[in-house]
Design a binder for this molecule. Structure first.
Ligand SMILES: *Cc1c(COP(=O)(O)O)cnc(C)c1O
Length: 435
């Protein structure tokens, strides 16, 4: 059956120790250090389809998919071919290309609220630019985000989230001056009353509200459509821009992202992850009337040496074109649903459920479904974290934190998923029985 002790991570361990001599914790993004879940993070040799292989030769079914971008799986032939052929023509020109025009047109056509769009190199940058643009457009400074909403690592969005009431300006990272977060307000999700009170008091000086398409960085907190609609109507009423951060959900839930699912018309949208097909790409876009305030047409400055990088554009274009031509979304959703249902039936415990939408899923160790960060039971997160190394040893690479969601790619075959549901089900059921 499942071999819990079969994992040899000798080479990974050695490399991570060496890496610590040149890089803090040996990692270039903190969660990769596996601090929350313990154990040794495998150092990856290559990815192929739905699998990851580490430098010790261990093979894992990959449910992290590089945190979302790899909706077609690793090294998809169409994406690889597009990248290789662009590389031979040069990596970057710092000038206009057809590719960036093609990818921008694709997104403008697919995502209804996007009339104009500009590329940057990460989701963080996309959000930074969208916020600056919203402030420049409205002439107001205050922004509102939600508890547990992650929008990249820019200073004024790294704000500690207080539960229950609005909090102002408590940076959640050292090195962020309180002055930089004093114009960032935070509210809990899923609370119309709190929202209405906030707008009543501060609506007139609010530039923008930013919310994830479906909040998926602090658990998977699927919002009620009525809540999203209330947010839209309040922002409209007070002349506040609604920024939908679709860095995860854009082209993941469908070509139209969460905006289409909720039938929502945000003023600005931000993208990343899937649109780069595995290369570093971000984008922000929205109404032409707003976007024309960007430099050089308007006064809001924004720029990037590698923005619209042709290799990255080639990867993104190959990915989105494949998504459009092959329309894998219904199959992805079906396979995910099958996986979720089987996994739940293998575990069959009131304190375990799998929250999912499209090809995104979240293993949740509590009985009730949270829609706001403060409704997540920390004990359940701990439970996931304890199980992570057992799942890894069984050959399943899940994101290394109980707050993170998993992803399924079109390379995940039904037999992969059936085996995963059995194996993961057995591991989880064991843990819940032991408790
Ligand atoms: C990943 C993510 C970001 C940040 O993107 P990076 O490319 O990591 O800078 C921003 N917003 C959301 C919703 C994300 O999931």
């Amino acid at each position: 059956m499942i071999k819990h002790d079969s994992l040899n991570l000798e080479k990974s361990l050695k490399l991570l120790e060496d890496a610590q001599a040149v890089t803090p914790a040996g990692v270039h993004s903190p969660v990769r250090a596996f601090k929350a879940v313990g154990g040794i993070p495998p150092v990856i040799d290559y990815g192929s389809g739905s699998y990851l292989v580490d430098i010790d030769g261990n093979r894992y079914l990959d449910f992290c998919c590089s945190w979302g971008p790899l909706i077609l799986g690793h090294a998809h032939p169409k994406v690889s071919t597009a990248v290789k052929s662009q590389i031979d023509k040069g990596m970057t020109y710092g000038a206009c290309t057809e590719l960036e025009y093609q990818l921008a047109s694709f997104i403008v056509e697919a995502v209804e609220p996007v009339e104009r769009l500009r590329f940057v190199s990460s989701g963080t940058e996309a959000v930074m630019a969208a916020i600056r643009l919203a402030r420049g457009f409205t002439g107001r400074d205050l922004i509102l985000k939600f508890t547990g909403g992650y929008h990249g690592h820019s200073d004024y969005l790294l704000v500690e989230a207080g539960s229950g009431a609005a909090t102002f300006g408590q940076p959640s990272s050292a090195g962020v001056p309180a002055a930089l977060t004093s114009e960032t307000a935070v509210l809990p999700l899923d609370d119309e009353v709190a929202l209405e009170m906030f707008f009543n008091q501060h609506g007139e000086r609010l530039a923008a509200v930013i919310i994830e398409g479906i909040p998926a960085n602090n658990g998977f907190l699927i919002q009620r459509p009525e809540y999203m609609m209330r947010l839209r109507s309040l922002t409209e009423q007070y002349g506040v821009l609604l920024i939908l951060d679709e860095v995860i959900t854009g082209f993941r839930l469908g070509l139209g992202g969460a905006a289409a699912e909720y039938n929502l018309q945000p003023d600005l949208l931000t993208f990343g992850k899937v649109i780069g097909g595995g290369m570093p790409v971000g984008a922000f876009g929205g109404r032409a009337e707003i976007m024309k305030h960007l430099s050089p047409d308007g006064p809001v400055y924004q720029a990037g040496t590698l923005s619209g990088n042709p290799v990255a554009m080639a990867a993104g274009l190959a990915t989105l074109t494949t998504l459009k031509n092959e329309s894998p979304y219904p199959t992805l959703a079906e396979r995910t649903q099958q996986f979720v249902t089987t996994l739940q039936s293998r575990v069959k415990h009131p304190d375990f459920q799998v929250v999912s939408r499209g090809s995104i899923f979240w293993l949740l160790f509590q009985a009730d479904l949270p829609r706001a960060a403060h409704k997540i039971d920390p004990a359940g997160i701990q439970r996931f974290n304890r199980l992570h190394s057992l799942m890894l040893a069984a050959g399943y690479y899940l994101p290394p934190s109980g707050f993170e969601v998993g992803f399924i790619s079109s390379a995940h075959q039904p037999e992969d998923l059936a085996r995963a549901a059995d194996d993961l089900g057995a591991i989880i059921a064991d843990e819940l029985r032991a408790a």
